[in-house]
Design a protein around this ligand. Structure first.
Ligand SMILES: *Cc1c(COP(=O)(O)O)cnc(C)c1O
Length: 333
């Protein structure tokens, strides 16, 4: 048990030998000239899978959301977004800093969706006093919670009535799809743009893909260059993304199962209130309790840093067994 089991995030995964092999043999070219065949293949494949016209390989999920906001909105425009959404809370105010774009946040409902009647109420009238409301930004999964096509259908219809575009921050979209057992297009057909992270549970070392119409992606490609995201022989990275999409989507299911098994062990042996959704579980622990549990788990080479534990590619069956054994020991200590 020398290896650390790292539950801090699903971003900690390391590329496997097979993924590295795919990277090392990737055909490459200059992607700023549109000449990297592997980047082009990744963009086309994912666009096809999500029923979108075109894709754009970018450096990170944050860059993808930023480019989406800059492309949908002009200076003085506004996007409506959940107040704990990544694209509002955790991206350094990039859209305001670089685009003069104002957020209009509102609280999420407990099920990870937004109250669409409230969203509709927040759309500002066409009046010189107000920012122009242009975009509704959604997130799936939200804190691990998957929301299905019914919600997207309603959100898309509501947005359409107000002339808003819909952007989906789908950093963990494939966790949602696998959990819901739906086709990706049942959700994406209600969205104008979608951002997918390759470097979370899918296990690639770097990269996200932004998807949308041909015209949207053409404009986004310009913004990608402006924010310094034009990469050159990026096919080496895109190859990891293609490998991840070919091999690591269905296996997200086992991350969800592992999270449920560990949640059950926490309930059984430590009598802790636990919430589990897809690959995440959330504990309700005070600072001192968390500190005690963290110290205990550290003795088993298990790393946590807060009340959110995230399951991913590098948490094997054997790792889950060790986590459960450590929890049992904690319960009887
Ligand atoms: C991780 C994450 C992002 C950003 O991805 P980075 O690659 O870390 O910039 C965006 N949205 C959500 C919901 C995320 O979890």
């Amino acid at each position: 048990m020398n290896d650390w089991i790292d539950l801090r995030s699903d971003t900690v995964t390391r590329p496997t030998e097979e993924m590295r092999a795919a990277m090392s043999t990737a055909a490459v070219g200059d992607d700023v000239y549109g000449e990297d065949p592997t980047v082009n293949a990744l963009e086309e494949q994912l666009a096809g899978r999500l029923g979108m016209a075109a894709g754009l390989f970018v450096a990170s999920g944050t860059q993808s959301n930023l480019i989406a906001l800059l492309t949908h909105c002009q200076r003085g425009d506004e996007y409506i977004v959940g107040d704990t959404a990544h694209a509002y809370r955790f991206e350094g105010g990039g859209a305001a800093a670089l685009g003069g774009i104002q957020p209009q946040p509102l609280p999420f409902l407990p099920d990870g969706t937004l109250d669409l009647a409230e969203v509709s109420r927040l759309v500002k009238p066409d009046d010189v006093h107000f920012a122009r409301t242009r975009l509704l930004c959604l997130e799936n999964t939200k804190d691990g919670i998957a929301s299905g096509s019914d919600y997207y259908e309603k959100a898309g219809a509501m947005a359409g009535e107000h002339g808003l575009a819909v952007h989906l921050d789908g950093a963990r979209f494939f966790n949602a799809v696998v959990e819901l057992g739906c086709e990706p297009t049942e959700i994406t057909r209600h969205c104008d743009s979608v951002s997918i992270c390759l470097s979370k549970g899918l296990g690639a070392p770097v990269g996200s893909v932004l998807l949308g119409s041909e015209a949207f992606i053409r404009a986004a490609r310009r913004w990608r260059k402006v924010v310094g995201g034009g990469m050159r022989q990026a096919g080496i990275l895109a190859a990891a993304g293609i490998y991840a999409l070919d091999n690591n989507v269905e296996r997200l299911r086992s991350d969800h199962r592992h999270a449920a098994e560990v949640a059950r062990a926490l309930g059984d042996h430590v009598q802790l209130p636990v919430q589990q959704h897809t690959n995440m579980l959330f504990l309700d622990l005070s600072g001192t309790q968390l500190h005690r549990l963290r110290e205990h788990l550290s003795g088993w080479n298990i790393r946590i840093n807060r009340n959110r534990w995230v399951f991913h590619l590098d948490i094997t069956e054997a790792a889950v067994d060790r986590i459960i054994t450590a929890i049992r020991a904690y319960g009887s200590s």
